[in-house]
Design a protein around this ligand. Structure first.
Ligand code: AMP
Ligand code: TRP
Length: 329
């Protein structure tokens, strides 16, 4: 039996090169060897306010980006989280197994809640829903960027807790995180992760940014005052971040990059980097436009949800039985 893979991305704003390198590139790789489930986590997106029309548009856009990036709906199931109601129901059951203290320790919650006057309760309990997303398919592997590691740890703890209380049932999932590029940083500040929610658009590269905008953003990316293209995340975080991006977009190693630009300074490196990013994203952008105009996404999501629903519903029924819910007649 091939191992089972599950991951999700929120439809809340434009996807960035960070999402692509941290997560989507691995989705595309894993679909060749694993049974894959990739979803647009719309139920997670509404943990912060979303404009209804924008949520609908973004849900389709993220699904289309999955396909444009190379996910083949014949190999992997692509679906919207809200189309499979078992996620929400198991999410509730997982919430009842989760301790307040565990949720209070989540750094993503602390970041997102910082400085806000009122914070939705959904944002707080969201990691229990994420655990349900993974456990409802008994997934073995979860490809994510580094920032999701803590949520994965909680998922593993909840699976263990359920197994201890109600008998062995859940697979304990493993994170699958890229060795380099697990945390792509902002172009204007290498202390912050690249994020679509950063108000400064020069800080991130969106997957749908036009080529000239990509060139401009890279040429203006912050670097230190040295000139040696060397990988040293602690001492030279900016250039190291750009080297990680280069390695993923050009398909070369960090050593090859360092060798290529020895004695040349940052100018030549950045110029080539921009061309590699453009070359990686241009075909994706062209496919994206085709898919959006073909109107196929609705059908792809429908078929995906149909395929995965039987598994999710079975898990939910098993879990409810173990927890002592009376079976409906
Ligand atoms: P999100 O956009 O928060 O739904 O994230 C979707 C996926 O992309 C998750 O697996 C994240 O860990 C990953 N991701 C988001 N931002 C970055 C980043 N800057 N570097 C690497 N991975 C990222
Ligand atoms: N929490 C993830 C993020 O913010 C998205 C997500 C929701 C997810 N459910 C998931 C990722 C299940 C992996 C598996 O990026």
């Amino acid at each position: 039996m091939p191992k089972r893979v599950l991951s999700g991305i929120q439809p809340s704003g434009q996807l960035t090169l960070g999402n692509y390198i941290g997560a989507i590139q691995n989705f595309v790789k894993l679909q060749e060897t694993h049974e894959c489930f990739f979803m647009v986590v719309d139920l997670h997106a509404v943990t912060v306010p979303q404009e209804p029309a924008a949520l609908r548009e973004q849900t389709e856009a993220v699904a289309a980006l999955f396909i444009a990036a190379g996910i083949d709906p014949a190999k992997a199931s692509v679906f919207a989280q809200s189309h499979v109601p078992a996620h929400a129901e198991l999410g509730w059951l997982m919430t009842t197994l989760t301790y307040m203290g565990e949720l209070e320790r989540m750094t993503q919650f602390k970041d997102k809640a910082a400085g806000k006057e009122s914070v939705g309760a959904g944002l707080f309990v969201y990691p229990a829903l994420m655990a349900a997303d993974i456990l409802v398919y008994n997934a073995d592997l979860v490809p994510v960027g580094d920032d999701q590691k803590q949520h994965l740890e909680l998922t593993r703890d909840l699976a263990q807790r359920f197994n201890t209380r109600f008998g062995d049932y859940f697979t304990i999932p493993e994170p699958y995180i890229p060795k380099i590029g697990a945390r792509i940083m902002s172009l204007d500040d290498a202390a912050k992760k690249m994020s679509k929610s950063n108000p400064n658009p020069a800080s991130f590269i969106a997957l749908l940014d036009p080529p000239d905008m990509i060139r401009k953003k890279i040429s203006r990316a912050t670097t230190d005052s040295g000139r040696e293209v060397a990988f040293d995340p602690a001492g030279k975080p900016e250039i190291s971040n750009l080297m990680s991006i280069y390695a993923h977009c050009a398909g070369v190693t960090l050593e090859e990059i360092a060798g290529r630009y020895e004695g040349q300074g940052y100018g030549a490196f950045k110029k080539d980097l921009a061309e590699h990013v453009v070359a990686a994203l241009e075909p994706l952008q062209a496919r994206y436009r085709e898919i959006r105009s073909s109107g196929e996404i609705g059908d792809i999501l429908k078929r995906g949800a149909e395929r995965v629903s039987a598994i999710a519903n079975q898990t939910l029924a098993d879990v409810k039985e173990r927890m002592g819910f009376l079976a409906p007649r």
